[in-house]
Design a protein around this ligand. Structure first.
Ligand code: UN1
Length: 452
């Protein structure tokens, strides 16, 4: 808490300097950040894999997302649009424009150690705020390197503050009266506590929380394509994504065939050191994650049928990590706990449905609403899915993961609180709209009165 207090007083000074730096110049700093990240992509991907375990292909993707976010934010420095509109009165201009808010408190998780801190900090900085970053306590190294790069690119040192720690640091940041804006990615439970404090203190708050994302495979789907999709969606990042495919909803005509295909391929996924060639799935992040997955495997076993996996993985090379067998449960009933609750591990719950209508109902009948996916060749069903599925993102013929930096990212219901990361929307979150009226008529003009 005392580190947070120091960071806030420094960030407040940083804010006074940075808010006066023109937005295109702020964007130039971020463009250099993009260049530095790109130049060090391999090295940082490698350290990220060492730090939290996901395979190199994925940490490279994580890096690329950060690079894309840097270049995207950089160009916004020359855009940050407001509106200029006609005034009701003659010789008067009416316009809106964007102002920074102040010290932004950013709390990020372990699963995208680089990308998520960039999604939050780059638009916050571009808009002219200063930033206090509190990264996940499992991934201090990646966040430290990111901050070093921001400084190397020319960001004035007081504009970015890095504070390591767990719940205590996060709570001190959220409740600090001089941090008017909080952006949090993490569990729905922690998000509720963050929300309570921010609500009481009238802070601007963006919450990005849990998911229970479904892939729907209909009878007319290209099953080979759907198979690649579900393997990547469910077991990539060892299932530790808020966008992970954790439910598979299959129409009865292809259910048995598809589940057989899936079990066969899943069994052959290679677990191991994320830095070794040929590794498909890395370890879970820490022992608490293993314990949580164990708990849900027990719950799944009592409610449905264990088809594959269901325990810690053993074998040569797996002795020293928190490896868990990719796990599939079938006959998972809608409304059962495994079907409803976020596991954040390599556990896939399979549910059989009659038709697309039932699939859509099952998809929507959870408290979360991040992403969904439908495999079909029927264009009408595809468009119906886009409009009817209660999620922030719906993919057609692609898995539930893979959002792009220049589109808004986020979910409905208990996944979020109405804000988005990425896209233009995030720049609205990190800035305040102000309105300016300039009357050059030289006399009192009365709006709503003089012209009517
Ligand atoms: C997360 O799962 O926590 O869309 C973020 C995706 C990534 C980001 C996921 N671009 O899967």
């Amino acid at each position: 808490a005392s580190d947070i207090a120091l960071a806030v007083s420094s960030a407040k000074r940083g804010f006074q300097q940075w808010r006066r730096t023109p937005a295109p110049a702020r964007g130039d700093v971020l463009r250099r950040v993009g260049d530095l990240l790109a130049a060090r992509k391999e090295e940082i991907s490698d350290l990220m894999t060492r730090e939290m375990g996901k395979p190199l292909a994925e940490t490279r993707g994580d890096m690329q997302e950060g690079i894309d976010t840097a270049y995207y934010a950089a160009t916004e420095g020359r855009r940050l649009f407001g509106h200029t509109v006609p005034s009701e009165l003659a010789n008067k201009w009416a316009m809106s424009f964007r102002r920074p808010i102040g010290v932004a408190g950013l709390i990020t998780p372990f699963n995208f150690p680089l990308a998520i801190p960039t999604w939050k900090s780059f638009p916050a900085l571009l808009c002219g705020n200063s930033v206090i970053l509190k990264p996940g306590e499992d991934v201090p190294h990646t966040a430290t390197v990111l901050v070093e790069i921001l400084l190397e690119a020319g960001l004035p040192p007081e504009v970015i503050q890095l504070v390591h720690g767990a719940g205590e640091a996060g709570a001190a940041l959220v409740s600090h009266p001089e941090v008017p804006l909080i952006s949090f990615t993490g569990s729905t439970e922690t998000g509720a506590m963050v929300g309570e404090t921010c609500g009481r203190m009238h802070k601007r708050l963006s919450l990005e929380m849990g998911g229970k994302n479904a892939m729907i495979v209909l009878n007319d789907a290209d099953l080979d394509l759907a198979l690649e999709g579900v393997l990547w969606g469910a077991f990539g990042t060892t299932g530790q994504r808020c966008t992970a495919t954790s439910r598979l909803i299959v129409q009865e005509g292809v259910h048995d065939t598809f589940v057989d295909m899936l079990a066969k391929r899943t069994e052959n996924l290679v677990l191991g050191d994320g830095r070794a060639k040929g590794t498909d799935v890395g370890p879970l992040v820490n022992p608490e994650a293993v314990a949580k997955v164990d708990r849900y495997v027990a719950i799944g076993g009592s409610e449905s049928e264990l088809r594959l996996g269901g325990r810690r993985a053993a074998g040569p090379g797996l002795e020293h990590g928190y490896f868990y067998q990719p796990t599939i449960f079938t006959n998972v009933a809608p409304k059962s706990r495994l079907e409803q609750e976020e596991v954040f591990g390599p556990v896939l719950a399979v549910t059989r449905v009659k038709d697309a209508d039932e699939a859509f109902t099952v998809n929507n009948d959870v408290k979360y609403g991040l992403s969904s996916s439908v495999y079909t060749k029927d264009v009408s069903i595809a468009f119906r899915a886009l409009t009817e599925l209660d999620n922030g993102i719906t993919y057609i013929n692609a898995p539930t993961i893979g959002a792009e930096a220049h589109l808004p990212f986020g979910g409905v219901k208990q996944t979020g609180n109405g804000h988005r990361e990425g896209g233009w929307e995030v720049f609205e979150f990190y800035s305040e709209t102000k309105v300016g009226y300039v009357d050059y008529s030289g006399r009192l003009q009365r709006a709503q009165i003089d012209n009517y």
